[in-house]
Design a protein around this ligand. Structure first.
Ligand code: MYR
Length: 414
């Protein structure tokens, strides 16, 4: 074993931006050992994948998050002071708040009911329109549904939807999308920060038991309320990832176009098939490329040393397409999940590990239930798919269907 591993001299940060989701899987195919070693943003980085690596990565004796997330990712996607940046007891207490808000049958049903109602209402207007961009429509429907559920009043839901999408869309690019994302975050944090202050001053009433009320009243590990900025950041960490489900709704359009057999099965109203479809959408299509943490001490992974302070990346996209884990990983087969729900650390589109103890996304059940509700609704609609750019570029992070998935001549069956 080499006790003094060095990072390669050449920095790969530009290669990551240029190759996107393919960068780590490509590097892995060209690497003989159990991990990929690279230099990223000037730092020694190692990348792991696979269910055992998931358990290693989510063990807080190995990896911390506080210092690992780059500033540009915080200034766009997650927000400074977000739960994603906490470790230890501070993380457990803040994460407990998210778990109580987002998990359990009541929370899941509450979001799905509002979003499904917003979808059904929106769909009524589609037959009268020349075309509908599924990605954009889904982002508006999801924004209306989740904000209503969370108790967040909306003056202009369409512009809030645009801002929420922009925050996700711009986290991994140095270009104009990134600056749009920063602007969107600044606007949303300012307006939600004012809302939190108004609730505390009693000029606005938060609906009893709502996400808004719970976050305003939450006490952190130090026994203090969240300051208005942090409360706004965490409100956004409830609504933004829910709105990001629009990525998967557009992917659902893409999948149904390619697979009329899947559309037919979804029309049969089998909830188990709808859930299997949701899992396969999350496995097959690109969403989160990889996650990052930092080694808290000198570590070893399968005989390879990882020095204290190194960045540790978990290759989510690579793992979700690993031929050692999935038969025909580049084929879209919802049936693979029909009689075999995914193991905890095997399917990792929204992170892995135990969601109560670690950083796994607490909104995963909501994502699955939303896709399980919207997938069959989309499958039941009749529409034409005009010529358009249906490419999903892997060198764009986050990727998306380029056209947003345009449909025309929508017919709503009686
Ligand atoms: C959301 O939270 O709005 C959903 C979108 C999640 C994308 C997650 C991407 C994580 C990127 C972390 C990069 C770390 C690099 C060291």
């Amino acid at each position: 074993m080499n006790q003094n591993p060095r990072a390669p001299i050449v920095d790969s940060s530009l290669a990551v931006l240029a190759k996107g989701y393919a960068w780590l899987p490509d590097r892995r195919r060209r690497t003989a050992g159990p991990l990929v070693r690279a230099r990223l943003m000037g730092q020694h980085a190692v990348a792991l994948h696979g269910p055992e690596a998931v358990r290693f990565f989510y063990d807080e004796r190995h990896v911390e998050r506080g210092t690992a997330l780059p500033g540009p990712v915080l200034s766009t996607l997650f927000g400074h002071g977000a739960v994603h940046t906490l470790d230890g007891q501070a993380h457990r207490v803040r994460k407990g708040m998210f778990l109580s808000l987002l998990t359990g049958p009541e929370a899941v049903a509450g979001v799905v009911e509002r979003v499904a109602a917003a979808w059904d209402e929106a769909v009524e207007s589609w037959p009268g329109r020349p075309s509908v961009v599924l990605f954009d429509e889904a982002s508006r429907v999801l924004t209306r549904g989740v904000c209503q559920w969370a108790g967040i009043p909306l003056d202009d839901s369409d512009s809030v939807a645009r801002d929420l999408v922009a925050m996700v869309d711009g986290f991994a690019t140095p270009g104009p999308r990134h600056w749009r994302a920063r602007g969107a975050r600044a606007r949303c944090e300012a307006s939600l920060g004012r809302l939190v202050e108004d609730v505390r001053e009693g000029t606005v009433t938060a609906p009893a038991g709502s996400v808004l009320e719970e976050i305003v009243r939450h006490r952190d590990a130090d026994g203090e309320f969240l300051d208005p900025h942090t409360a706004a950041v965490e409100l956004l960490n409830v609504v933004r990832p829910t709105v990001a489900v629009c990525w998967f709704v557009a992917y659902a359009g893409h999948a149904l176009r390619a697979r009329p057999d899947v559309r037919e099965r979804l029309r049969q109203d089998d909830p188990a098939y709808a859930v299997a479809f949701a899992h396969e959408l999350r496995r097959f299509y690109p969403f989160a490329p990889f996650l990052g943490g930092r080694a808290v001490k000198d570590l070893e992974w399968r005989g390879e040393p990882i020095p204290s302070g190194a960045l540790i990346l978990l290759d989510l996209y690579g793992q979700n397409h690993d031929p050692d884990l999935w038969d025909e990983p580049y084929a879209f087969h919802p049936d693979r999940f029909l009689n075999r729900p995914p193991h905890r650390d095997e399917l990792v589109p929204q992170g892995g590990g135990d969601r109560t103890a670690g950083h796994r996304c607490p909104g995963e059940d909501i994502t699955i239930a939303l896709l399980g509700a919207l997938g069959p609704r989309l499958a039941r609609l009749e529409y034409d798919v005009p010529e358009q750019d249906l490419r999903i570029p892997l060198n764009r992070m986050p990727s998306r269907v380029r056209s947003g998935f345009v449909i025309e001549s929508v017919r709503v069956p009686a």
